[in-house]
Design a binder for this molecule. Structure first.
Ligand code: FES
Length: 69
């Protein structure tokens, strides 16, 4: 994912923002809840299941996503 790819575009309401994520060179415009975590957006909204939820405590690295190259 590119470092600048999660730049907010507009805010449809105070709890969501329209953003475009660029993942592996492909842009994905979407509306995200501010409480969303990147792993859930990648897996559930974009269907990109390469990153996994393992320990859910920052210890195993299964959810690691490389940002900005
Ligand atoms: S699920 Fe993220 S570090 Fe284990």
């Amino acid at each position: 994912m590119d470092r600048d790819s999660a730049r907010p575009v507009t805010s449809p309401d105070r709890h969501h923002s329209e953003v475009t994520l660029r993942v592996n060179g492909k842009p994905y415009p979407l509306t995200v809840d501010h409480r969303s975590v990147l792993l859930d957006v990648l897996r559930e909204d974009l269907g990109l299941t390469g990153a996994k939820k393992g320990c859910d405590h920052g210890q195993c690295g299964a959810c690691t996503v490389l940002v900005g190259g």
